[in-house]
Design a protein around this ligand. Structure first.
Ligand code: FAD
Length: 416
């Protein structure tokens, strides 16, 4: 039987491997790092004495690729979240708190109800979402600031934090097409499609460990800690260098290259791929949140942008964090904790044990220019297919995009 090699054990590679193994293909998954998961991983942090995630990862109930993947690996119940789309916010400069309560259906009547929408906004303001949606449905891309007003209460209290979180790029200059596509797949489908979902207790428990167990059960070979250093390319891909050992492909063998764009560009000279990135900073505090704390809270006018409550810790996320990524870690922790203490009504001192995790190349910059550099899954080598959140999925760098890209790559291999 021919072998499908999957290079890269992030979610794109895991998703490709799971799909191929599920269809009865012989799969070899190769991951260069000491553990699978890539940018979506968990590890034991000795400072905190806790298993933490490299970053808080939010997905939405309507992320269909995520749901299908979790169902296939037997982890359909590994995400936690409310039955309704409910989003708590606090403006830490004014102390004002509010809760967004979108209704379930696509007919978005919640914007007509002052108690459900963003305070001090009018229903007409929400037409901005339709304008972004129309860019997604059209051909051309442009920066968001060319499509909608980037000021006012709706912008500052909802659109900016929401778009910054999904695009990981300053929304004003980010791609309206990517923003519109996210809106098309979430807000436009009604509250049932955008209930927040978080991996509990960890990312690994939801997205990675069950996938590795599934692959093992299907007889796939998983090689961890072995880097692919080069590809032998002729009219077709004939083999690759695996940690110094040549692997020669047999007729019918194929490779899914599911590595980050900077590695793909090294292995495939001349490949057009995104080459600008944005960072994300997360901080974790070892403290049990007060009973009744919301799963996540949006912070307006603070240093922290989102606060996530787990049983054994409180974590915060800052997206598009390039302006602060080089700041002193203790100073960052203190600024974030000041926000957490206000939002969760906890004592400002002493600050609990903390950890700050900086991911410098968390995602590609979701600008129109960078989005135009995304590569298709198919390459000019028939037995070499690309996957990854940076390939042309139509979505920003997200778990949904990564998993979708793995499924697309697997479908191409299966169709050969
Ligand atoms: C801090 C942070 C927070 C995030 N928050 C969210 C969020 O809230 N919601 C959301 O949807 N998304 C979020 N994302 C984005 C999401 O994590 C990524 O889109 C997704 O994990 C990318 O998966 P991938 O498989 O495409 O790439 P990667 O995870 O980068 O996987 C690529 C894999 O290839 C391996 N590799 C590299 N080179 C080689 C080689 N030569 N040989 C073998 N293996 C190799 C790497 O070690 C890695 O495991 C976040 C990302 C970060 C970093």
């Amino acid at each position: 039987m021919s072998t499908a090699y999957v290079v890269g054990g992030g979610l794109a590679g895991l998703s490709a491997a799971v799909t191929l193994a599920g269809k009865g293909r012989k799969v070899v998954l190769i991951e260069g790092a000491p553990q699978a998961g890539g940018r979506c991983r968990s590890y034991f942090d000795a400072t905190l004495g806790l298993t933490i995630d490299n970053g808080n990862h939010l997905v939405l109930s309507g992320n269909t690729a995520v749901q299908d993947y979790l169902a296939e690996i037997g982890a359909a119940n590994a995400l936690a979240g409310p039955d309704k789309a409910v989003f708590d916010f606090m403006d830490v400069s004014s102390g004002r708190r509010w809760t967004l309560r979108p209704n379930d259906s696509a007919l978005a009547w919640w914007v007509l109800a002052p108690g459900r929408r963003v305070p001090d906004t009018q229903p007409v303001d929400y037409l901005a979402l339709l304008r972004l949606l129309s860019v997604a449905l059209g051909k051309d891309d442009k920066p968001i600031c060319d499509v909608i007003a980037t000021d006012g209460h709706l912008w500052h209290r909802l659109l900016h934090p929401f778009l910054l979180a999904v695009l990981n790029t300053e929304p004003k200059t980010a791609s309206a097409k990517l923003a519109g596509e996210v809106i098309r797949r979430s807000l436009a489908r009604g509250g049932l499609a955008y209930r927040p979902r978080i991996a509990h207790p960890t990312l690994a428990a939801a997205f990675v460990d069950p996938a590795l167990a599934y692959l093992k059960a299907k007889g796939a070979e998983v090689r961890i800690g072995q880097r692919v250093r080069g590809l032998s390319l002729d009219g077709a891909l004939t083999g690759f260098d695996l940690a110094g050992t040549p692997v020669v492909l047999a007729p019918g063998d194929s490779v899914v290259l599911a590595v980050p764009p900077w590695v793909a560009a090294e292995l495939l000279p001349g490949l057009a791929a995104p080459d600008e990135f944005r960072s994300i900073v997360n901080a974790h505090f070892k403290i049990a949140p007060p009973p009744g704390t919301a799963l996540m809270t949006g912070v307006i006018n603070g240093a922290a942008e989102w606060i996530f409550a787990f049983e054994d810790r409180v974590s915060i996320t800052v997206s598009g964090a390039d302006a602060i990524v080089d700041d002193d870690r203790e100073a960052l922790a203190a600024r974030f904790w000041a926000d957490v203490a206000k939002v969760l009504r906890l004592p400002a001192e002493p600050m609990p044990p903390w950890q700050v995790v900086k991911e410098r190349r968390a995602t590609f910059a979701a600008t129109p220019t960078q989005a135009a550099r995304r590569a298709n899954a198919a390459t000019r080598w028939p037995n070499l297919v690309l996957a990854g959140d940076w390939t042309a999925t139509g979505l920003p760098s997200t778990i949904e995009g990564a998993i979708q890209s793995g499924r697309t790559a697997a479908a191409l291999i299966l169709s050969h």
